[in-house]
Design a protein around this ligand. Sequence first.
Ligand SMILES: [Cu+2]
Length: 579
Amino acid sequence: MIKTMARVLLLGFFSLALLGVFTTSLAQDTSPLLNSSKLEMFVDELLDMPQILGFDSVYGVPRSKSLEIGMYSKKWKFHRDLPPTTVYAYGVSKEAATIPGPTIRALHGIYTNVTWKNYLPPNHILPWDTTITIAEPANKIGIPTVVHLHGSIGEPESDGNPKSWFTAGFKEKGPAWTKETYSYNNNQQPGNLWYHDHAMGLTRVNLLAGLVGAYHINHPELEAPLGLPSGVEFDRTLIVFDRSFRTDGSIYMNSTGDNPSIHPHWQPEYFGDTIIVNGKAWPHMTVRRRMYRFRIINASNARFFRFFFTNGLRFIHVGFDSAYLNEAVTTNEFLLGPSEIADVVVDFSKSKNDSAILANDAPYPYPTGDPVDEENGTVMKFIISTHPENDMGRTPNKLIQYPGPNLSSVTQTRYITMYEYESSTGNPTHLYLNGISFDSPITETPKVGATEVWNVINLTEDNHPLHIHLGLFVALDQTALVNETEFKNCMTKMNDAIKCEISKYAIGKSVEVPAEEKGWKNVFKMRPGYVTKILVKFSFINSNESYPFDATAKPGYVYHCHILDHEDNEMMRPFKLIK
Ligand SMILES: [Cu+2]
């Protein structure tokens, strides 16, 4: 809701730039803002990121593999007409590093070990705000980083705890530091994951700088019979995010903050006016008149996308986040919050035209913010071959069957309340889960193997995509609060949903979970003014095996809002598994 103010500031800055107050010859941080409408759309071709296998083959037998992936500062061209941008990129070498990073293709049941190496310079390209809790090297030199594999069911030591950060050469380490080489067991269900930075209080700037990449866990015996479009040509990963730039190509982040007397740099939500897919602004892709599979990752800080095709092409959903759906679901549009992953099949043979634009109409902030415009409402263009094809691809109705949510196995019910706090001027100062900071003692201690119900009460005005590490969950229902102000007043005083008689208030309108989001997820979009009931499982969904690691080990796990600006300003809590 603070968006409007940010925009006023931004426009003010831009008009100053037009008046010639700033020129490109000045230092990078004073170059004028780029008006993104000056960039021609669809001039760059969609990139396919480099692929790295997460396993070796010895005489045809798969074996675990050890990878070394670095984080490098380098120049990246986001658009033909934009000067090269300084970014931070993942790659096996500086030359090979890309935005997004390489796609890692792991094999179900085969370990992938990754040594994530920080080669970043002493100082960040974007401003830090030391008034929020951040990873801070003792001598203030070096950029703290730590990699989280989003969607992974893995050991705590390799989970990328926000306080397990390290700087270049592992010189400085955070208080929850574990080890140099992370180990991913890949025993979970096949599906889509992504890796990204997770350093305390710096996640938003480290991702804005480019530290994101895709990771798939493949299970050929289960997936091949589905007959989905496959191979590098027809199975594509699209990593989508928004960015703003200055005319010199540098990434622009409002560095004055909305509440500068409290937080000189932090702002409640970052929004960019240029939409980037696989490292290119509004790219185009030439496709054949047949089916393609797209694994679409929303790697934005705060932007929700409601995707649709301008020519009416539809999406056949086969998975969401890190798991296949039981059955395919066809939609004309769908909403993808920050960090969510849609796995869809698009049949271009159904197109009546020879091009299709993938568009977005989600207001920002979601759901009550500004409407999109031409720039942030356009994602990319598909140019469809006119030659008819005999496409043998299909999308079966039945996909992979996992046991559904079993309420009778629930051993614990928790209430998780989302709060936003404002300054006297009405600007957000910070956000908390359950009214307590990240460093407050742990309150959530699920048992290994347990099934729990979490009732997530959103007392803010924004939709928050809640992400739980390790666990998978099913969204059961979404019920509006009645007399929300009365309930909120009680919660502000008591911070206890039971004492505030939640059952008297959670009786409003019930909103059905969208069909494509009814499967097992690791993120769910929590509606403002609603209680969302989720069933969380701290075990595999694809087998009855127990975790092949000690889930109770240090440094534990976290759950948080995946709007990175919220996560960085304390909308995140640790949790620890117990035996
Ligand atoms: Cu949030």
